[in-house]
Design a protein around this ligand. Structure first.
Ligand SMILES: Nc1ncnc2c1ncn2[C@@H]1O[C@H](COP(=O)(O)OP(=O)(O)OP(=O)(O)O)[C@@H](O)[C@H]1O
Ligand SMILES: [Mg+2]
Length: 270
C-alpha cells in the first residue's frame, strides 16, 4: 500500500498486451483533458520512452527523464518538459541496459517510489497525473498500480485481448483494491472497426462483459497514425475525426468517474 497520501487524481493507462494503444490513449487523454481546462502531468513509466513522440515539443530534451534523475544525473526540474496543449511531460529518458536493470532493481526494492516521488512534487491537488506503462506485469506496472486511483486498461476488440483480462484484473485486485483511495478499474477498447464482423462481435461481447466498466471505445482511425507522424495530437490534427470525438468521450467519462467528479470545460475545437 502506498505510504504517501496523494491528493491529486492519478490515472494509470495499463494493458496486458503490447501495441494495443496504451501510449496513444494516454497521450490523447492528456491533451484532451488539458484542453478541457485541466492541469495535466504525463509520466512515462515505459523504458521505450515513447510518450514523447505524442506529446513532447522537443523530443531531444526527453533524454534525461525520470531515469536520469534516478541515476543522479539531473534534477526533476531538468527532467520535466513543457509539452503539447499545456501538458507537462515527465519522460522516461534514455538509459543503457545496465542502468535499466539497476533502475528496475531499485523500483523493486522501493515499491512506493512513485507515490513518494509524486508527493514530493507538491502538485496542486487538481492536477491530473496520467501514467503510461509498458505491456504486461513489470515493476513499472506495480509502481503505477500502487498509486493509481483510476486504472484504465486498454485492449483491442479481439479474442487475444479478451483472454488477457483476468491477468490485468488480478494485478488491479492485488495493488489497487486494498487502497481506500482507489476509485475504479475501467476499460478502453481501442481500434474498433465496425467494418469487420469479428471485431464487431468481440466488441459486443466486451460491452456485455464489462457493463459500466467500459469507459469508452476508440475507433480504428487513420487520423491517429497520421497525427503521430505529424507530431501533433489527434484533436489538433483532425478535430472532427472519429478518434478525436472518441477521445473526448473517454475524457468526459474519466472526469465523471473521479471522486469528486471534475468538470469538462467546453472549448472550441482547434
Ligand atoms: N485508434 C487507433 N487507430 C489507428 N491506429 C492506432 C489507434 N490506436 C493506436 N494506433 C496505432 O497503433 C500503434 C500502437 O499504438 P501504441 O504505441 O499507442 O500502443 P502501446 O500499447 O502503447 O504499445 P506498447 O505496448 O509497445 O507500449 C501505433 O502505431 C498507433 O499509431
Ligand atoms: Mg506504449
Amino acid at each position: 500500500m502506498a505510504e504517501a497520501d496523494l491528493t491529486m487524481p492519478v490515472i494509470a493507462v495499463i494493458g496486458a498486451k503490447g501495441g494495443v494503444g496504451k501510449t496513444t490513449v494516454a497521450a490523447n487523454l492528456c491533451t484532451t483533458l488539458a484542453q478541457a481546462g485541466h492541469r495535466v502531468l504525463a509520466v512515462d513509466l515505459d523504458p521505450q520512452n515513447a510518450l514523447r513522440f505524442h506529446l513532447a515539443l522537443d523530443r531531444d530534451a526527453c533524454e534525461i527523464g525520470l531515469a536520469g534523475v534516478l541515476a543522479g544525473a539531473a534534477s526533476w526540474t531538468q527532467a520535466m518538459q513543457p509539452a503539447r496543449g499545456g501538458v507537462v511531460l515527465l519522460p522516461f529518458g534514455f538509459i543503457d541496459d545496465e542502468a535499466q536493470i539497476a533502475l528496475e532493481r531499485h523500483l523493486a526494492d522501493e515499491p512506493d517510489w512513485l507515490a513518494r516521488t509524486l508527493a514530493r512534487f507538491q502538485l496542486p491537488p487538481d492536477t491530473l497525473v496520467v501514467l503510461d506503462t509498458p505491456p504486461g506485469p513489470s515493476v513499472y506496472l506495480q509502481q503505477a498500480l500502487r498509486v493509481a486511483q483510476l486504472a484504465i486498461t486498454t485492449l483491442l476488440p479481439d479474442a487475444g485481448s479478451f483472454a488477457t483480462l483476468p491477468l490485468i484484473d488480478r494485478m488491479v485486485d492485488k495493488y489497487c483494491l486494498p487502497r481506500a483511495d482507489f476509485m475504479a478499474s475501467v476499460y478502453v477498447v481501442n481500434q474498433a472497426d465496425a467494418g469487420r464482423r469479428l471485431n464487431r462481435d468481440v466488441l459486443q461481447t466486451l460491452r456485455e462483459a464489462l457493463g459500466d466498466r467500459l469507459l469508452g471505445v476508440v475507433h480504428q482511425d487513420q487520423a491517429v497514425s497520421e497525427a503521430l507522424a505529424s507530431a501533433v495530437d489527434v484533436r489538433r490534427y483532425a478535430p472532427h475525426s472519429q478518434a478525436a470525438e472518441d477521445f473526448e468521450q473517454c475524457a468526459r467519462q474519466l472526469l465523471r468517474r473521479l471522486h469528486p467528479p471534475m468538470p469538462f470545460a467546453e472549448t472550441r475545437r482547434p
